[in-house]
Design a protein around this ligand. Structure first.
Ligand code: 13P
Ligand code: SF4
Length: 303
């Protein structure tokens, strides 16, 4: 039934010299048709390098917005412009100013899951795959980590030599995974390794065998000699996990974490946006210039 839709997407993509980028949390059929699928860091790098005329970003708003900031000459479209990450708004600009006035040497480290206006007030961006190495590389002793308290706390534990001040933002999808859910899965699958995204709460991280970004979780499972895994992140990663590892088994916690915003990227909305070129992301020049500084710094430091 979806075949005519897929065919039209491929035809329009070629005709308009468009490239389709999808996050691992996008629906399976969108990951299947995308040119590039990855974690936030990989997709930001691809967006910056792209030579296509149109970038269609199947993710959430901060991802499309970052792609536009990194590659302003391109038309960046989103299948559904309302797909947003609630955590991206979870810090008040006033709090940033307060901490800047309290510490002379403070660096504001901004998880890429944030709005452009928050990035514009920050010194450097990070993703879950490079946050530890970037924080370590900064000369500053005092760090204000925004907006995610869980990733921030994970970095704090891995980089004890820094004074990392946490903000109280969080991802509602990852925060809904409870220790009891993980314990239950461990009981049902005693030989499985627990692989967890650092957006999960501290008590989940403590029950885990490995902590990493979506791409790192997939890589770890593929390389591991173990053949059973409990996956503590959004269920979209299952598509790549089972495709790359058909003989291995992957279990999710009972509520099967699902980011409804990521799932707004349907094949139908992808086709619609290729046909109409609606849902274009725009960023004002001033905002773009200010938000580009921390994004570029991330790309340089993560090299
Ligand atoms: P990754 O960079 O690990 O793909 O994470 C993005 C995200 O939104 C996690 O919730
Ligand atoms: Fe945001 Fe969480 Fe969805 Fe990732 S899974 S996009 S952090 S709400």
């Amino acid at each position: 039934m979806k075949e005519p839709v897929k065919k039209q997407i491929l035809e329009l993509k070629a005709k308009k010299n468009a490239v389709i980028l999808a996050h691992y949390y996008a629906p399976d059929e969108v990951q299947e048709i995308a040119d590039y699928v990855g974690d936030s860091f990989y997709l930001a790098k691809i967006a910056k390098q792209s030579t296509a005329d149109i970038i269609v970003f199947c993710g959430v708003y901060f991802m499309g917005e970052s792609a536009k900031i990194l590659n302003p000459e391109k038309k960046v479209l989103m299948p559904d412009i309302t797909a947003d990450c609630p955590m991206a708004h979870m810090v008040s600009p006033g709090k940033i100013e307060e901490l800047r006035s309290k510490y002379d040497d403070i660096a504001v480290v901004c998880y890429i899951n944030s709005t452009a206006s928050l990035k514009a007030k920050s010194d450097v961006c990070v993703t879950s795959s490079n946050a530890i190495s970037i924080v370590k590389a900064l000369p500053n002793k005092n760090i204000f980590f925004i907006p995610d308290k869980n990733l921030g706390n994970f970095v704090k534990e891995c980089v004890p030599e820094k004074n990392i001040i946490l903000n109280d933002g969080f991802c509602p999808i990852h925060a809904a995974i409870t220790a009891k859910d993980v314990e239950d899965e461990k009981q049902s699958h005693p030989n499985a390794l627990v692989l967890t995204h650092p957006e999960c709460e501290k008590e989940i991280l403590e029950l885990s065998d490995y902590i990493g970004s979506t791409a790192e979780i997939i890589k770890y499972a593929s390389k591991s000699s173990c053949d059973e895994f409990i996956i503590c992140t959004e269920d979209g990663v299952n598509f790549k996990l089972i495709n790359d590892n058909p003989s291995k088994r992957f279990y999710f916690t009972k509520n099967r974490p699902c980011c409804k915003d990521m799932k707004l990227n349907t094949l139908e909305s992808l086709l619609d946006v290729l046909q109409t070129e609606k849902n274009e992301i725009t960023v004002s020049d001033d905002l773009r210039e200010a938000a580009l500084i921390p994004l570029d710094k991330m790309l340089k430091l993560a090299r």
